[in-house]
Write a new protein. Structure first.
Length: 322
């Protein structure tokens, strides 16, 4: 691994569990779950693993202020705000919304963690970040910019190491690993980790956001991020090609539809596990549909990598309450 002093933020390893009642309900392959909703920091989620490297890098570079961006119900912003608080750093969040009437879910938690909020209207991916960084510098601060979703090669290292953790848990050999893929750090890190640690499972991301990143088509950006991540590794590794399923983006980013509602209810009612409305609920709906289509070999177990997000459930109470 490269020379980045990571900070410890997560409770690791996260549990790897078999889901017997869900498996029975679906009648397909054995379904297992990797509980990165239980990373421990501030109600958990996949951003915590990335932040261990990103904020380690921030501390090394002498930063006193963390700047990042996301949607109004960003899990990434919530975990960043908590991590900054824990490390005694200021945190500025640029949120893609107008100031809302009701403060709930992740946004409520951002406030509890003392983050300073900036409202960016329709720009939910940090478009105004460099401006804010310049302003903070002019005020004599030392800001460190964490990109949208924590998805750069440094953040992705968290998921390179997550694959090592999975290998060490000695579970069964999974035919596929499914998860929500959105800003790409999780996906890129897993692919690099798969190559580095020799994991045989196929890494299959379920795409969440229809909108492409600012600098090009998502799949292309993901491939680029994967390559950049492998370049941080010694020896450098050659990854599998990116595999991305684009079939479950439904109404677009953060639009909760019937497929997500049913998926959330299904996992809650079979296993007592909470998904989220934007990411894991959508990815899990994809998993259920793929099982029902007979996409998987029924004698080979499949892993759903839970990426967290349940605090956002409360912001969708109207669509979710029966
Ligand atoms: C951010 C997020 C994802 C997507 O991870 P990326 O690394 O951005 O692709 C998935 N699930 C949840 C709950 C998230 O908050």
């Amino acid at each position: 691994m490269p020379n980045i002093d990571k900070v410890s933020l997560a409770h690791l390893p996260t549990p790897l569990e078999f889901l017997p009642r869900l498996t029975e309900a679906l009648g397909g392959p054995d379904i297992w779950i990797k509980r990165d909703d239980q990373t421990g920091l501030a109600l958990g989620g996949n951003k915590t693993r990335k932040l261990e490297y990103l904020l380690g890098d921030a501390l090394t570079s002498g930063a006193d202020t963390i700047v990042t961006a996301g949607a109004i119900q960003s899990n990434h912003c919530r975990q960043t705000a908590a991590a900054a608080a824990k490390l005694g750093l200021d945190c500025h969040l640029v949120l893609g919304s107008e100031p809302p009437d009701t403060v709930t879910g992740n946004l409520l938690l951002d406030q509890l963690f003392g983050a300073k909020l900036h409202w960016a209207g329709r720009e939910r991916r940090g478009e105004p970040l460099s401006e804010l960084v310049s302003e903070l510098k002019a005020q004599g601060r030392s800001p460190y910019l964490v990109p949208y979703g924590g998805s750069n090669p440094i953040g992705a290292l968290g998921y390179v190491e997550a694959i090592k953790e999975l290998k060490q848990q000695n579970g069964p050999e999974f035919s596929h690993i499914l998860f929500a893929s959105c800003s790409g750090g999780t996906h890129a890190g897993m692919l690099a980790g798969q190559a580095k640690y020799g994991l045989n499972s196929k890494i299959l991301g379920i795409r969440i956001d229809k909108q492409d990143p600012m600098d090009g088509p998502y799949e292309q950006q993901l491939t680029k991020l994967t390559q950049q991540t492998t370049r941080l590794l010694t020896p450098e590794v050659t990854t599998d090609k990116v595999q991305l399923n684009n079939d479950y983006m439904a109404g677009g980013y953060a639009v909760l539809g019937q497929q997500e509602v049913e998926a959330i209810q299904m996992l809650a009612r079979t296993e007592g596990i909470l998904l989220d409305p934007v990411y894991s609920g959508r990815a899990f709906a994809g998993l259920v549909d793929l099982v029902q289509q007979g996409f998987f070999d029924s004698d080979k177990p499949v892993l759903f990598w839970h990426t967290g997000g349940s605090p956002a459930l409360f912001a969708y109470h109207q669509q979710l309450s029966a």
